[in-house]
Design a protein around this ligand. Sequence first.
Ligand code: GLU
Length: 290
Amino acid sequence: MSYVGRFAPTPSGPLHFGSLVAALASYLDARANNGRWLVRIEDLDPPRTATGSIDAIFSCLDAFGLHWDGTPIFQSQRQTAYQEALEQLRSKGLIYPCSCSRAQFSANPAYICQCLTHPPHQNDVAMRVTLPSQCITVDDAIIGSQTQNLAHDVGDFVVQRKDSLYAYQLAVVVDDAEQNISHIIRGSDLYEQTPRQVWLQRCLNYQQPSYGHLPIITNSQGQKLSKQNLAEPLNLTQAPALLSEALERLGHASPCGLRLAPVEEQLTWAVAHWDINTVPKYMQDPIAFV
Ligand code: GLU
């Protein structure tokens, strides 16, 4: 199988250092394997798309020398594909309408939803998958394998929200299949969600990509860097220094003479020296970027 990797940012704000690490690692893994590297804009939830953030993401990737192949795809333009996948799940009897709120599910792990046996009558329903009690094991190139029994550990999850928007879990597997993604390198906040995605891939007869989840980057208070906790946007005027910092955090510190070299030079060195086994593991080695 030829290597195709991707970076799939949600344009809810500017990229931060954690995003740079994810983009860089997936780029290096693709290029070191002579692969293609694609960009997908995950603007699935239009109200969450921050004005100007999509252009800012493209400019930012360019400034760091992370040039992608082909034309980026946008989730906001892929409704038909998600609808088709939902119909496939429906025709296999794998989804059901549910009127329960997220709070009902999350507040009480023992909550029993009756919607499968007593379908709700109202229109504003979510669509949930109905899960078998079956273990799913997923290998991970960085963290190591995990096994989940989705029915017990997660519960029937939503693939279409009450407001009709398709859920991330469905969109991500449909798009990864459409783009023939063979390798996914991304932040470890998505590690525990991966068995859900693998289960959907099996239901939809898609090829399963390989996965690798990266160490969490925390701020000086130990919080994960994220757009939600207002992580600082990347300062493009400091691209060489930030790139060198990101390489170091990925266990690939470049030689001293290259630290402030132009980003293209640093990337050439990093592609030649990339070894995914050198990337530190999640939990054992949380990383602080101050
Ligand atoms: N869109 C997600 C994010 O920005 C990443 C999804 C993925 O890589 O599967 O965090």
